[in-house]
Design a protein around this ligand. Structure first.
Ligand code: ZN
Length: 369
């Protein structure tokens, strides 16, 4: 300390003189006060705008200056710690919206909601983002398997560059349907898969289908076909239907990581050592994000988001896997669109573009690794 005064003493001297300047001649003197404030802020190692000055008059009439540093919401400690672990920045935007940023990735959270937004694409959390034990934080699973890959995309390492496509349903199992248009999901799934196979093969990659015609393949056999083919990526193709006739748009499903429904005890920045984080789940998220965001842009349909479920067809895979619901056969406008070969070709082209870019950027892991 140069002068022997404490920082607090010098702060009081500085604030006292600033208060005097302000009470006498505001315009020129406030400039003096501002430059003094800048110097003082730099001495404290903070930005000038982080100093908030408040003057109060005590009972004795003396001016009592108070300096407050702008502090984050004390209830934000958990989410700040989690973002900090990823080297990301948190901004509380107000009205219950929080922004977490790293590089080009922007992850927006909404209080009391499971719906988050990653660079414009809807992402569903396993648990509502809410205050627990006086703190806002993501659950362990949402931190490790959603926020982490969202802000810190994993390196793409694949077992192979073979794609296994899985046209859902088949044979005696039609899937969803639209009676008036006389269309069955199983036929549309196969049609899109065959178009997609052709496009990916044209780009130079091997494709295996779990069925090439109208037959029922048991769910456990579908993942086994992928595993036997040493698949690098598995994509199951489906179309939706709902009692709610308003429902429309596309959604991409990832396998829910095990033990992800955790208790309230497991919050505030807790994290497994990274070697225990399942790399396949991180790749599932990255692939799901790339595929879903591209589909929404290419097809201009409603973004129903990236969701997680424990689908049997994804459960036993030894490679990353996605299940894509490509639209609603129950929607009055979407169903006729899906019924056109032009639309299904667009779907296949979009999927081929995102899958090809994943395969091209992917590195093959050697089998002994
Ligand atoms: Zn289906």
């Amino acid at each position: 300390m140069r002068s022997g005064q404490s920082k607090l003493q010098r702060l009081l001297v500085f604030m006292g003189s600033a208060a005097l300047f302000l009470s006498s001649c505001r315009t020129p003197q406030s400039e003096v006060a501002d430059s003094g404030e800048t110097a003082f802020a730099s001495e404290l190692g903070v930005e000038p705008n982080q100093l908030t000055t408040v003057e109060t008059v005590s009972e004795t009439g003396a001016v009592v200056p108070i300096v407050k540093s702008k502090k984050p919401n004390p209830k934000a400690a958990g989410i700040f710690k989690q973002a900090g672990q990823l080297g990301a920045r948190v901004t509380e935007k107000g009205e219950g919206v929080w922004l977490i940023e790293k590089g080009k990735r922007r992850f927006e959270l909404r209080e009391q909601s499971r719906q988050a937004i990653l660079n414009g694409t809807v992402v569903y959390l396993n648990e509502v983002f809410a205050e627990k034990k006086g703190n806002f934080a993501l659950s362990h699973s949402d931190f490790e398997y959603t926020l982490r890959p969202a802000l810190d995309p994993p390196e793409i390492v694949l077992r192979s560059k073979t794609v296994v496509l899985d046209p859902g349903h088949g044979g005696v199992e039609p899937g969803s349907l639209n009676r008036s248009l006389r269309i069955l999901e199983k036929d549309l799934n196969l049609d899109v898969s065959l178009r997609l196979q052709k496009l990916i093969e044209e780009n130079g990659f091997k494709v295996v289908l779990t069925r090439y015609d109208d037959r029922l393949v048991p769910l456990e056999d579908r993942s086994q076909i992928a595993n036997r083919s040493n698949a690098g990526v598995f994509v199951s193709i489906h179309f939706n239907a709902a009692f709610n006739k308003e429902a429309s748009g596309l959604e991409t499903y990832l396998l829910t990581p095990q033990n992800s429904a955790l208790s309230n005890d497991d919050i505030i920045g807790s994290s497994e050592p990274s070697n225990r984080v399942n790399q396949t789940h991180l790749l599932n998220f990255e692939f799901g994000y790339r595929v879903q965001s591209r589909l929404i842009v290419d097809l201009q349909r409603v973004d129903r988001g990236i969701k997680k479920a424990r689908f049997k067809v994804l459960k036993d895979l030894e490679c990353p896997g996605l299940l894509i619901e490509c639209g609603f056969l129950s929607h009055v406008k979407e169903a006729p669109l899906i019924n056109t070969p032009v639309y299904r070709q667009k779907l296949a082209e979009s999927l081929s573009d995102s899958l090809t870019s994943i395969l091209m950027t992917g590195r093959i892991v050697s089998s002994d690794q």
